[in-house]
Design a protein. Sequence first.
Length: 169
Amino acid sequence: MGCSNETNPTQLLLQLKALLEASLSVVDGLMANSTLPGESSARNDPIEQLTEVLSSITEEIAQPVRSSHSTTRVSRSVESADYAQGKRHRRHCIFEQLEQVRDQFTDTQWTVLSLYYSEGLPQLQIAERLGCSRSAVYKVLRRARERKQDYERQMRAEQFALARKHIQS
């Protein structure tokens, strides 16, 4: 996901190329118009003029790059928020599906499932809260997924059987 004001890397390279070409022409001009040795005019000092030009070029290049990095950080944080929201939604949907087979779980197992899928707690925090090991929480979650998949297979088989029966009638 990008923002509309995000700077394209190709555009940055083209800008850099144009600025370098401009600086080379400035250097050529400075060398052609350089003061003779012994003249001390700071305005005509090619080194000082070149330093000023390079400083302005550096600032012109750095500004879009800083802006691009800022946009990238914002874009990444938006993507991260979208990912977290999607993850919460998926967990909620899985929890709703597990409610179809609620009777296959003990109260403790259902508590684990509720904490994980409904409240979004990580396995370690669930284990600490319930006073069990993380592997015990993992096993409950794994078995729940297996039971959900079995239930889904059973539902698909029943739907297939109904469809076949309907077609044959």
